[in-house]
Structure formats: C-alpha cells, structure tokens
Ligand binder design. Structure first.
Ligand code: ADP
Ligand code: MG
Ligand code: ZN
Length: 604
C-alpha cells in the first residue's frame, strides 16, 4: 500500500475548509485528522492535529455533509490504516452506521471496524517507488511563507535552547574550525499542540537552510523493509542538501521500544528503527545535517535513541503559562480585526491549560463567530463563547482543571513549598506552578529536585520525607480530606523511607545492614533482596511507617503554624499560576519554625 503523502494544515484552516464545503472526506484519528479536499478545490491530501478539536467535530461534519470515519489508532496498525480508500457507497453505509454508534455513545467500538477495513484494503497499492521516502522539502531560504521564531510565542525557554542549533547551522564553519562537535539530534518533547512542529520549522527558517520533513507514521508500512529503505533514502537526500534539517515528526511511531521477544516482535518497525539508528551513527553533525524529532510520548521511545550521538539533546516544549498564553494570543490575533472591548490579558487568565494550538483555535473560533453574526470585528462576547466551547471539549480529555481542582492543587503545591523551606539541605523549592503539566510520565517536577546527589545526609532525607508529605498535609488542613493528587508523593515518600532503612542503614534498631542489595540500577531484573527473617521484615515495615508518620506530623505542625501564610501564598499562586524567583523567596522567608523541634531541624 502506498501511503499518500499528506501536507500539514492547521486546525483552523481545516475548520474553515469544512465550513466552506471544500472538504471531500475526513478520517478522524486519535490525535490527528486526515482529510482530502474536493477535486474542484485541488484535491490535496492534508492532515492536521486535532489537539484543539472542539468536541462536536462529528456534528460539524454532519452539518456540512462531509463523509467521515473515526479510527482509533493503536500504534501497530497506524501505518496500515493511513491511506484507506473507500468507495462512496461504502462510505454512506459506514457513515450511517457510525452515526448510530455515536448516538449510542459507543465511541470506542468502531475502532476495530475501521482497523479491519484498513487492513483489508492494505494490499491494494503494492507498487513502485515504495522505498522512496515521500518526505516534503521546504526550502525556507526562498523566503516565501517563512516561519521564524517570531511566530512561536510563549515558549521562551525552549526557543533559547534551540537558538544554539540555529547558530550551528548558520555559522557551522565557526564551530568546525575550532574542532567542536555539533550535536546531531534534538528531540522536542511536549504535549500535543504546544508548537513542536512549528518550532522545528522556525529553526529552519532562522537558519535559512532546507527543511526535510517526514512524519514517523509515514515510515511504517505493512511490508517489511519499506520503512528502512525510506529512512535510508531520507538521509541520502539530506546529505546531498546539507546544511539542512531533517525533521521527523511523531517519532514515537517508529521509535517505540523494540520488542524484547525476537519471535513475536514487530519486524517492520524494528527494522525501521534500526535503520534510523544506523543512519544517525553514520554521519557527523559536522556534515551539516541536524536531525530534529518531535514526540508527545517520550516514555515509550527506545532508550537507544537517546544515547550520545543520537538524540542526546532534549528540549521540553510545555504548555504555556499565563504570560506565554498572552503572547500566543497576540501572535494569532494579529491578522484578526479585534473589537475595542477585547482584553487578551483577561482571556489569557481564563485559559489555563490551553496549548498553543488550543489558543490558535480559540482566536479562530471567535473570528468565525463574529463573521457568522455579520460583525466587522471580534468582540469579547465571541471569545467568551468560544472559550466555553473549547473548554468543554478539553475537560472531557481532562486537561483543564475545574476551579475546585485548581484550588486543591494550589494548596497542595504551596504545602510542599512551605515545609520544604524549613528543611535542611539544599534541595529547596525553586518554582511552584499550577499550569497543568500533561506529561505525567516525564516526571516533570520543579518543586522537588530529588537531586542527583550522591550523598544525602540522614537529616536531609527526613527533610525530604516531610516535604513530600507537605502537599497532602496542606490538603488535610484546608479541606479536611485528601485528593488522589497526593498518591505520587506518597509512593515516593514510601520508597525513600524504605531505602533509608534497608539500603542506607539509617535505622537505630536494625543498624547498618543492607537488607536490599543495590543491583537493580543497571539491570532491569528485580532487585535481589537478602533473605530476611519475618521478624526483621516486620521491623522494617514498622520503621518505614514510623519514619513516614514522623514526617507527616512534622509537615502538619509546620503548616498549622503557618496557616495564614499557606492561605495568602495560595491566593497569590492562584492568580499568578507560577511562583518563582524573588516572589517565591519572599514568601518562603516568612515561614515560621515551630518550637521544640528535633535538633536536626535547623534552617539552612
Ligand atoms: P505540535 O507539533 O506540538 O503538536 P504544532 O506545532 O503543530 O504543535 O502547533 C499547531 C498550531 O498551533 C501551530 O501551527 C500554531 O498555529 C499553533 N501554535 C502552537 N504552539 C504555538 C506557539 N507557541 N506560538 C504560536 N502558535 C502556536
Ligand atoms: Mg506536531
Ligand atoms: Zn505533591
């Protein structure tokens, strides 16, 4: 089967095209939308990210009479179902069937149906040119439609890190002369719609070099070997065009951890990945080719991809905070006529948790709303309505916190910070944020740098335990109950306490005996526990519990004493969303230490 190459379109363009009846057919996938324009509008095959999709896309499509299919991709078959061709007759039948399914609320049940169809049609396009990569080349140096860093807003930290890459490409000679090694691979990691693809294009635009782009899913075909030869072809083209950027979007489609089991594995994907690794080893950053890849699922990537000489640089592209959202709104509001009452700052304040794509979508929805009402400019009322619609869509996917959840999170985080401020050692809280972080698996926590210290003193360890329990304790004190949000802290506290007692020998009664051998660090095998008697096991459990209880009491005592500060700091956090630097220091310096505390609890 030959996968058609699709060009990226924006979600807002897609909506506009649907609404002006240019779209022939749509395939809705888990996080992207493939669609084809009617022949009279060019018949192009396009795709867009559905990150900002309002929930009623099916309704919208139905209203505009567009045929659509919903597919639930499950990684392995994603390549197979990419290019299904359905006859119009079948589509009508499928459409009616899907409509019924949707009404019945059975969103998931149609996935098997769609997948099966795709598989069945898979054999059709066996043909020539399969091993050629159908990568798109944007020659941004030509200037037309050039994307630069100015188009990407609100992700300043990521931009800064990438600025360097631009310099490598633009002034490669400078680095080569002095003998420096230019990095080969940069991995952009972040939730969907935060501007990873946009950033990659901006790098090419800034450096003025060609940008060869291909999506991970386009490599994966049902025929073994095709993906691998596409990778080879892609890199050959890149080397001919150097200096240039190779951009692999949705790297996770090929970069999944290779199957451990040689028999039941996914040959095709493994081969594609192996070829990618080989190609990356086979050239030098100094050849002028830099590979940028993007993923929103870093946790499933094969560890081999992150080894030195491959994607050894990672840049986090996270959801924007309030000021970031304001900047993004400003970028997208530029071409739109705004009414006088529109206050972008107020909109930024109300859209916590929105990604860049969500915000772009929001501006466009508002513009559409104004146009539909035959107004010359967008009013605040349009924004209000659009925000509600977008939020309703996002809440379903649990990305936007309800006001109550937001409050709980704020008290919780401030709880960590206040307790942490009194604890000995240097792992201080440097930043508190209640901007939702979608990358749970990335373990992105600024508040608790369980730093890469090799030696933790016993006191620091106890301090860390108390800090970990600070979040939960704050919830208990304020609400009289706890949320599930503390479960990760509790897990970490328990692990830490157990390690303290069984590995570091920090227990008075058990003494310095390592009950748990520290072997699992490099091997994935289970840790080998020394054979211990049931009595000792019970004693370990008792001591772990004791350590946690002590820490919990400590956290509670501190927070009760600083109840007012907990309140005022939380209110500040709720408005600012992020507390860091001097503001945070000013708050933390006010924390009062309870009297009669154990000797180890001393400031600083
Ligand atoms: P990702 O690749 O991270 O899923 P994209 O780069 O495809 O996200 O973003 C989709 C669209 O959302 C962009 O084309 C742009 O219109 C908008 N967008 C996303 N992030 C930003 C940002 N930081 N600044 C401006 N626009 C953004
Ligand atoms: Mg993308
Ligand atoms: Zn916590």
């Amino acid at each position: 089967m030959k996968t058609e190459s699709r060009s990226l379109s924006t979600y807002s363009t897609f909506l506009a095209q649907v609404k002006s009846s240019q779209v022939q057919q749509v395939v809705i996938k888990r996080d992207r939308i493939d669609y084809t324009l009617k022949p009279e509008f060019g018949g192009q095959h396009l795709y867009t990210h559905s990150a900002g999709a309002t929930d009623d896309l099916p309704g919208l499509l139905r209203r505009h009479g567009v045929s659509f299919t919903t597919l639930q991709e499950n990684g392995d078959t994603s390549g197979l179902v990419a290019g299904i061709l359905l006859s119009t007759g079948m589509l009508v039948g499928l459409f009616a069937w899907l409509a019924k399914q949707n009404q019945a609320g059975g969103g998931g049940s149609n996935s098997g149906f769609g997948g099966g169809l795709g598989g069945g049609f898979g054999g059709l396009g066996v043909g020539m040119g399969m091993g050629k990569s159908n990568a798109r080349v944007y020659n941004q140096a030509a200037g037309k439609g050039k994307i630069t860093f100015a188009d990407v807003a609100g992700v300043d930290e990521s931009k800064q890190e990438l600025q360097e890459i631009v310099d490598f490409l633009a002034n490669g000679e400078k680095y080569r002369k002095i003998g420096a090694k230019i990095p080969k691979g940069v991995l952009l990691v972040g939730p969907p719609g935060t501007g990873k693809t946009l950033l990659a294009k901006a790098i090419a635009g800034e450096a003025g070099v060609p940008f060869i782009s291909m999506s991970g899913s386009e490599f994966v075909e049902m025929f073994v070997g095709v993906g691998a030869s596409r990778v080879r072809d892609l890199f050959n083209r890149a080397k001919r065009q150097a200096p240039c950027i190779v951009f692999i979007d949705e790297l996770d489609a090929i970069g999944k951890t290779r199957s451990a089991n040689p028999v039941g594995g996914n040959d095709e994907r493994d081969q594609t990945l192996n070829q990618l690794l080989t190609e990356m080893d086979g050239f030098d950053g100094n050849d002028g080719v830099i590979v940028i890849a993007a993923t929103n699922r870093p946790e499933i990537l094969d560890p081999a991809l992150r080894r030195p000489g491959r994607f050894d640089r990672q840049v986090l592209v996270d959801r924007p905070d309030k000021s970031g959202r304001l900047q993004i709104l400003q970028v997208h509001a530029r071409p739109v006529t705004m009414g006088e009452d529109v206050n972008l700052e107020a909109i930024a304040a109300q859209t916590s948790g929105f990604s860049g794509a969500d915000l772009a979508n929001l501006v466009n929805e508002s513009a559409l709303m104004a146009a539909r009402n035959n107004r010359q400019a967008v009013l605040m009322a349009d924004f209000k309505e659009a925000i509600e619609r977008v939020i309703a869509g996002l809440e379903k996917r649990s990305r936007v916190l309800t006001p109550m959840e937001r409050q709980t999170v704020a008290y919780h985080e401030v709880g960590h910070a206040l307790v942490g401020a009194l604890m000995p050692g240097d792992s201080k809280v440097s930043k508190i944020s209640i901007v939702p972080r979608g990358m749970g698996a990335l373990g992105y926590t600024m508040q608790m740098p369980e730093s890469d210290r090799f030696l933790l003193l016993e006191d620091e360890l106890r301090g860390q335990l108390a800090t970990l329990l600070g979040g939960r304790s704050a919830e208990e004190i304020v609400f009289g109950k706890v949320s599930t949000g503390a479960s990760d802290d509790i897990q970490r506290a328990t692990d830490l306490a157990e390690r303290a007692i069984t590995q570091y020998g920090m227990s008075a009664t058990l003494g310095p005996i390592a009950f748990e051998k520290n072997q699992a660090q490099f091997l994935d095998g289970g840790s080998t526990r020394r054979a211990i008697s049931p009595e000792v096991a019970a004693e370990i459990d008792r001591q772990v519990k004791q350590a946690i209880d002590n820490a919990h009491d400590m956290a509670q005592t501190i927070l009760r004493l600083n109840r007012d500060l907990l309140e005022s700091a939380t209110q500040t956090l709720l408005t600012a969303e992020v507390l860091e630097g001097e503001t945070l220091e000013a708050i933390l310096s006010q924390v009062k230490a309870p009297e009669g505390l154990p000797a180890w609890l001393t400031k600083g």
